[in-house]
Each structure stands twice: as structure tokens, then as C-alpha cells.
Design a protein around this ligand. Structure first.
Ligand SMILES: [Zn+2]
Length: 213
């Protein structure tokens, strides 16, 4: 019963990802850690036609439980779960503004203090590699070092959080930052916050998280 609920949550969050404009069609994907396994959206199936039984269950070693075909980005999801114990849910999307910057191979610099939301003073852009490949997964792990979100060159973005809701909230925030940065670039070159200014923000964020438990 609990697993059925989690499968439904995954579909609901995937639908929210589309209605929030983060994703179009079935190009993005979403997963959830469930004990020592993961639940992941299926390959090439529109979320509005996705039923709980279409969600694919995988072991952390990459073997599938059941007959469904997982999203082509499953290696990326599994590697994040294996290397980042704090990751409870992962969201990957071709959100328009993150992808615009990623197509220009641009990271998001500290032009706004909220860039710290992803855990550091920048949101990096991972090097390009073929979708679904182990090389892409390695590039993303590098870009995610000490971060919970990154852009993916000529592709899109990925982020993770302790829960599906938190991963979705982070994706919305990162997409908004990407939009603001694209807009700022149209007016010129924004001045950036200093390392000391960003360190102060990061410290305040960690105090807040500590208080929030
Ligand atoms: Zn993709």
C-alpha cells in the first residue's frame, strides 16, 4: 500500500513538473528512493497516461524489478543515489531557461543570493555527453559536487532533494534563477556577489535548516 502511494506521488509530481512549465512532453524524468531500491518514471510514456503500475522499480545495482522500461536517464539517477545518501528524490527536466543557459555552456554565477539554494556560490553546468550514457552520469556527478542542482550542457538540468516536494521546489527555484540570469544578461553583464557575501548567505541558509530541523 505504501509503495502504491509512492508510485502515485511520483506521477503527481511528474504532472506538476509539466503544469509548472518545467517540462514538456515526456523528456524529463523523476525518481524516488524507496529503501534500497528506487522507483523511476518509465521511458517514453506521457505522464498523463502513466499509471502506478507503469512506474519502474530498480535495484541500486541497475537491475529492474518487473517488466517496465525505465527512463533512459536511469544511470544518472542511480549514480546520484549511490553517491549522495541525502538524495531521496531526483528530478531531471529540459526546463526552458536552464536549458537555454546549458545550450550556451553557461553556469549560473552568484548574480543573486538565492543561487546558494543549490548549496554553493554557483550552479555549475556539467560537460556534454550523450543522453543516458555513463559519461553523462560522471559529468553530472562532478558538477553536483557540494551541490544539489546543476545544468547539463546542451541538454537540461537535474536536481535532488530529501523528498519529491523538495526536489520539485528546488527545480522551480533553479529555473527561476536561470530565467532571471538570462534576463539580466540581456541588459548587460551583472555584477556578481563576492565569495564572502555568498559565504554569509550559505551560513544563514544552514542556520535556517538547522532551526527547521
Ligand atoms: Zn534529458
Amino acid at each position: 500500500m505504501l509503495e502504491l502511494t509512492r508510485r502515485r506521488e511520483l506521477i503527481d509530481t511528474a504532472l506538476a513538473m509539466n503544469s509548472l512549465g518545467l517540462n514538456q512532453g515526456c523528456s524529463g524524468n523523476l525518481s524516488l528512493r524507496s529503501g534500497d531500491r528506487i522507483l523511476i518514471t518509465p521511458s517514453a510514456l506521457a505522464y498523463d497516461r502513466c499509471r502506478p503500475q507503469d512506474i519502474v522499480k530498480m535495484d541500486l545495482d541497475g537491475s529492474c524489478r518487473g517488466s517496465g522500461k525505465p527512463s533512459s536517464e536511469w544511470p544518472l539517477h542511480l549514480d546520484i543515489y549511490r553517491t549522495r545518501p541525502e538524495a531521496g528524490a531526483i528530478l531531471h527536466a529540459h526546463s526552458p531557461f536552464c536549458t537555454t543557459l546549458a545550450c550556451m555552456e553557461l553556469a549560473i554565477p552568484p548574480f543573486h543570493y538565492m543561487v546558494a539554494v543549490a548549496g554553493g556560490s554557483t550552479i555549475r553546468c556539467a560537460d556534454y555527453a550523450l543522453y543516458g550514457s555513463r559519461e553523462l552520469s560522471v559529468a553530472v556527478q562532478t558538477a553536483l559536487q557540494d551541490r544539489s542542482a546543476c545544468l547539463m550542457a546542451h541538454h537540461g538540468m537535474v536536481c535532488f532533494g530529501p523528498t519529491l516536494d523538495q526536489a520539485l521546489d528546488l527545480a522551480v527555484e533553479v529555473e527561476n534563477l536561470a530565467r532571471l540570469y538570462v534576463q539580466a544578461l540581456q541588459l548587460g553583464t551583472p555584477n556578481l556577489l563576492t565569495d564572502a557575501q555568498m559565504d554569509a548567505v550559505l551560513e544563514k541558509f544552514s542556520d535556517y535548516r538547522g532551526q527547521a530541523g
